[in-house]
Design a protein. Sequence first.
Length: 158
Amino acid sequence: MKEIYLAGGCFWGVEEYMSRIDGVVDTEVGYANGTKANPTYEEVCTGTTGHAETTYIKYDEKIISLEELLTRFWNIIDPTLLNRQGPDIGNQYRTGIYYVDEEDLYLINKTLEEQKTKYTKPIVTEILPLKSFYKAEEYHQDYLKKNPGGYCHIDLSK
């Protein structure tokens, strides 16, 4: 099994979208690459902790490749928007790809280069090693499964 961490605005929609992909075996939402240990949602929302709302994705690379997973991720975000997706605004809603395996960086950058051909504005999605990840509160986990029809900036019908 492989792991990748993806930030694409509100983590509820990213988690739900990714959890529906064949080969994704586990997801969890949390706060990545900030400066405070074990932040609360309220603290992250202040914009002072530096965390991004992020979805942890565990996947079976025999079923889905990282390249395909990232292609699907790029399709649900606007990588040219800084610190926002949909109506959500703040540095916690920035887009990012946080990797744990250095060997994944080549494929991540390959997909980035492909995306650059699709936009006239610069892509601002962070591509960084994962420094920290803290699991979000339980009510955020599988939020859209628990609350069908709940808020989501991603078109989950795709």
